[in-house]
Design a binder for this molecule. Structure first.
Ligand code: CTP
Length: 211
């Protein structure tokens, strides 16, 4: 199968040297891409700045959430499944200043506007693709993850907590639309990735039977 996988953070530039971002390392997305390549799948990895090396596959580097959306929109029609493991920024500065903002007596006030929701946009463009999202929840994990599963029309959601960010091991809770769930407790991200790819293989096979 052909998988579109996203990984890492995005950057939203304030001026030419400063940006807003988050602590995502890209480890989970790269582990999923590596597991998928190892299982013989074709992988396109759309990624922000990574702290880990991506596996040998088609890598499309992006910077901002808008760039990630544009790249994903190009690749999505050819994909059997999307695995949205990236942590794209939700907000961006209303305007990017050219050059470098000088230190002034008064610190500037940043006005933020929304960045696009990539998963929501791809859900609108979906034809037969299986959609997998992640949910990073600091509280009410199951309730919030199930709301995202439903609202974003996903086939599966992988929920985790802020401790997972940039960690090598993690605990994730996988929720399915039929009410089922599976917990993958305290495992290296590679083992979690292997199981997630297996679940996606199953979902894609089921989707192919239906069409
Ligand atoms: N996501 C996305 N585009 C964004 C932000 C997030 O496609 N601008 C995707 C993530 O890759 C993830 C899913 O949406 O697969 C949920 O991300 P999360 O950060 O948990 O939730 P948000 O939708 O951003 O909502 P909130 O921050 O309110 O929890």
């Amino acid at each position: 199968m052909r998988l579109l996988i996203t990984a890492g953070p995005t950057r939203e530039y304030i001026d030419d040297v400063r940006f807003l971002s988050n602590a995502s390392s890209g480890r989970m997305g790269c582990a999923i891409a590596r597991a998928a390549v190892g299982r013989g799948h074709e992988v396109v990895l759309v990624c922000g700045p990574l702290e880990v090396a991506p596996p040998p596959c088609s890598v499309r580097d992006v910077v901002s959430t808008a760039d990630m959306l544009a790249r994903c929109c190009e690749e999505f029609p050819q994909a059997d499944a999307l695995i949205m493991a990236a942590a794209p920024a939700d907000f961006r500065p209303a305007r990017r200043v050219r050059g470098k903002i000088k230190k002034s007596a008064k610190p500037p006030t940043l006005r933020l506007v929304s960045a696009p929701d990539i998963l929501a946009e791809l859900t609108r463009r979906r034809t037969t693709q299986v959609l997998v999202g992640f949910a990073l929840e600091a509280a009410d994990l199951e309730k919030n993850a199930r709301r995202k599963l439903r609202d974003k029309g996903l086939d599966l959601i992988v929920a985790n907590t802020p401790e997972a960010i940039a960690a090598e091991r993690s605990t994730v809770h996988v929720f399915f639309p039929d009410g089922g769930h599976e917990t993958l407790a305290d495992l290296p991200k590679e083992a979690i990735a292997e199981r997630l790819v297996e679940l996606v293989e199953r979902l894609v096979a089921e989707r192919r039977k239906d069409i």
